[in-house]
Design a protein around this ligand. Sequence first.
Ligand code: DGL
Length: 266
Amino acid sequence: MKKQPIGVFDSGLGGLTILDALRRELPREDLIYFGDTANVPYGSKSKVAVTKFSLAIGRFLQSQGVKLIVVACNTASAQALPQLRRQLSVPVMGVIEPGAEKAARTTRNGHIAVLGTEGTVKSGAYVKALLKRRPQARVFQQACPLFVPLVEENWTAKPAAELIAREYLAPVCQSGADTVILGCTHYPVLKPVLAKILGPQITLVDSASAVAEAVQRFLTRRGQAAAGGRGRVTVFASDDPARFKRLAASLLAEQIATVKLKKLDL
Ligand code: DGL
């Protein structure tokens, strides 16, 4: 078990922010990443579609002998986690619970805002996870659909990014939240511009590091953490692996050697 890889998947590139955190926190682990570039974006798709894609990826990762699957995609975590856990025989961890846990511990005034895709916001998964931990919490949600293309275009330092972020964040600033969850794989890349608009009194909770810590606790508890050596990273994409590799450079600290094409059996 210790030597088996950890499977990580996302609708596309964004989950590399989670992979990056896992590499930093758990450098000994072998990681298999699957980016569903053929079906991205998940954020604007139905729960039925997101669940179908997630199950196909889960089955593929399971066939690769992974010891744990990390659903790096917030939308898939919000919409498909129960089905994945029911239908797969390996443990499955999502990003919502670790992110909510961290935010519930961070807030001082009990007002939390969640930024996410339309799918994540509609599911109410963060609200549920936060209220489970802090029943008196006030949770404000804001969908930010234009953030994903901004990140994928590498436009995060352009004036357009700040203009768009100001529109989305105006109601967040008025909500009284002292803690804001970056509830989407891509949003940590926008952290500098979001922090500038929200100001120093608001804490940004990035679920990537929370997930990496949760994975570490999980493996240690089960005695399944890899021992010794530096782990390998294997990357699959369901479409255009060359484009994936090119864009990955802006999200991942290390270079990916190859991205293999793997079409999903839907
Ligand atoms: N990975 C998605 C998420 O974290 C964002 C991109 C998409 O819409 O597929 O919600």
